[in-house]
Design a protein around this ligand. Structure first.
Ligand SMILES: [Zn+2]
Length: 530
């Protein structure tokens, strides 16, 4: 009979140093890109994946789990929980060696295409952020259409490789006894598919009317702006490549209030008000744009022992304020996880929990108390912004929820029937869920132009569930502490109930114990109706 504690400590001894190495290499490659750094990162990743995918280690953990079946006492329960968590982490990586090499190579090929293929507009090749800028600002419908079409060109380049990835993932999943990769990925993420289906149905039904009403208002404005009838609007008339965002109208602009402010200072002040220290985290971080640096943003818990860093590319304005509030939310979460826990449990129990915390704290930028207490708006300015700020968040959440439904439903269909009419399925979902019109005669594989389908498969439900949990947590914090801004009780509530426990409970139980009820769409939907 294997000794469960010994199995756990052997597993930790093998995984912890490799994970730390990968995180260090990843940070170096992200802050100082070059072929050497990228090769080092790839080696570190292969080393970690080899252990996570080790079938003998997986079997050993299963046996140890079986041996803890009747374990009594806190120590026994904790070991059992750690083994359960380890078992999920390993399950997600149980891919036979040959298939793994094939997956990594194909995925790298697609990633490379996404970072190098530039859409052509007229005679020019434009990067994605330039295409997005056209869609965010241009008043010229022809230019907008060209930018939108250019943004989809990568889909045609990668579609065959994405389909090969889907077939390969399905082969791995069915060999393990799962229906397809969609079912396998949810199981490895500890998400029950029937439960998810019910939640998606409920969100779809309850957001339909409010979404269509908000979109009708938006369409009326766009139709006037572009001089067409609302029925003549096409996907390129909306503000981004997928109609996944809503940035608000001119009257909601935070610009005047943000002028001359310092995004880092605002973020520190916001967290100070909640009694959450951030200076030591920001000191280790890399926050400003520089050549050779990753252009996005993320938070990295390097070693589950206090080395936590944020990467950002701060620019003035609301967008990067949202990003920094969000990423620092991840950082304070990691920073408050009880460091006396076993290494395996020193992490959020599921990505959607830390995502929810970060989303919730990013929304603070539009909290009326934030406008006054942190941005220093006078009463009149704050009053004028309160309604429009609510509309920005509310319409943004509706738009994003409907978009998430498209991606999750599409992925379900993609893995169930990779040989089906995927362009047709994609546009049917886009039309029914987002209310967008398929351009006449368009048969291009537009679905493949969304990078997540290739490199972050079956992950999009986490964004939607994260939004639902953000609303549920927000409600719990407000009931408990009265709000966030200038309320140390809010930080204490989060630190004790959400952050400190790490993964000592499955995510479902943590949500129920922190908020008083299991995860569901009620708070999210109530927020949309209020
Ligand atoms: Zn995040």
């Amino acid at each position: 009979m294997p000794d469960p504690d010994a199995v756990l400590s052997r597993l930790t001894d093998r995984l912890a140093p490799l994970e730390r190495e990968l995180h260090r290499a990843f940070w170096t490659a992200s802050t100082d890109a070059g072929p050497e750094a990228s090769a080092a990162r790839q080696r570190a990743e292969e080393a970690l994946l080899a252990v996570l995918g080790d079938p003998e280690l997986f079997a050993e953990v299963q046996q140890a789990l079986a041996a803890t079946g009747d374990a009594a006492g806190t120590g026994g329960r904790r070991t059992r929980r750690a083994l359960e968590q380890a078992s999920l982490d390993l399950l997600a990586n149980q891919v036979p060696e040959g298939a793994r090499a094939e997956l990594v190579a194909l995925q790298a090929k697609v990633e490379h295409a996404f970072s190098t293929v530039r859409g052509r507009v007229g005679g020019r090749e434009l990067a994605n952020n330039e295409l997005e800028r056209v869609l965010a600002t241009s008043d010229d419908p022809a230019e907008r259409r060209a930018a939108w079409e250019a943004g989809k060109q990568v889909g045609a380049v990668v579609a065959d490789d994405v389909l090969a990835l889907v077939e390969l993932r399905n082969r791995v999943a069915t060999e393990r006894g799962y229906r397809d990769w969609f079912a396998f990925a949810l199981a490895a993420g500890d998400i029950d598919e029937a439960w998810l289906d019910r939640v998606l149905d409920e969100v779809e039904l309850a957001t339909r009317e409010p979404f269509l009403a908000a979109k009708a208002e938006l369409d009326a404005r766009l139709a006037a702006r572009f001089g067409v009838a609302p029925g003549e609007l096409y996907p390129w008339h909306y503000g981004d490549l997928f109609f996944q965002r809503y940035d608000g109208e001119a009257e909601a602009d935070l610009g005047p209030l943000l002028e001359g402010t310092d995004t880092v200072g605002l973020t520190v002040a916001t967290y100070d008000g909640m009694g959450l220290e951030t200076r030591h985290l920001l000191e280790r971080s890399d926050l400003h744009p520089r050549p050779g640096k990753d252009q996005h943003a993320f938070c990295l818990d390097v070693d589950r022992a206090g080395d936590i860093r944020v990467l950002a590319n701060l620019a003035p304005g609301e967008e990067w304020l949202d990003v920094l509030l969000h990423e620092v939310g991840h950082a304070v979460y990691d920073d408050h996880i009880d460091r006396s826990l076993p290494w395996v449990l020193r992490r959020p129990p599921q990505a959607l929990v830390t995502e929810a915390v970060a989303l919730m704290l990013g929304r603070l930028r539009r909290d009326p108390e934030f406008l006054v207490g942190v941005l220093g708006a006078d009463e009149a300015a704050a009053a004028a912004l309160t309604g429009p700020s609510r509309a920005v968040l509310r319409t943004g959440q509706l738009v994003f929820a409907r978009w998430c439904l498209v991606v999750v439903r599409f992925e379900r269909a993609l893995y169930a029937q990779p040989g089906g009419d995927l362009a047709g399925t994609w546009w049917d979902l886009v039309a029914s869920l987002q209310g967008l019109r398929r351009p006449e005669g368009r048969t291009a594989p537009d679905w493949a132009s969304k990078i997540h389908l290739a490199v972050a498969p079956v992950y999009y439900q986490s964004y939607l569930l994260g939004e639902l949990l953000a609303s549920q947590l927000d409600q719990a914090v407000r009931e408990h502490a009265g709000g966030f801004v200038g309320r140390p009780g809010a930080g204490a509530f989060l630190a004790e109930r959400v952050f400190a426990p790490g993964a000592t409970q499955p995510w479902r139980d943590l949500v129920a114990s922190a908020t008083g009820s299991p995860l569901g769409p009620a708070a999210f939907l109530a927020g949309l109706a209020a």
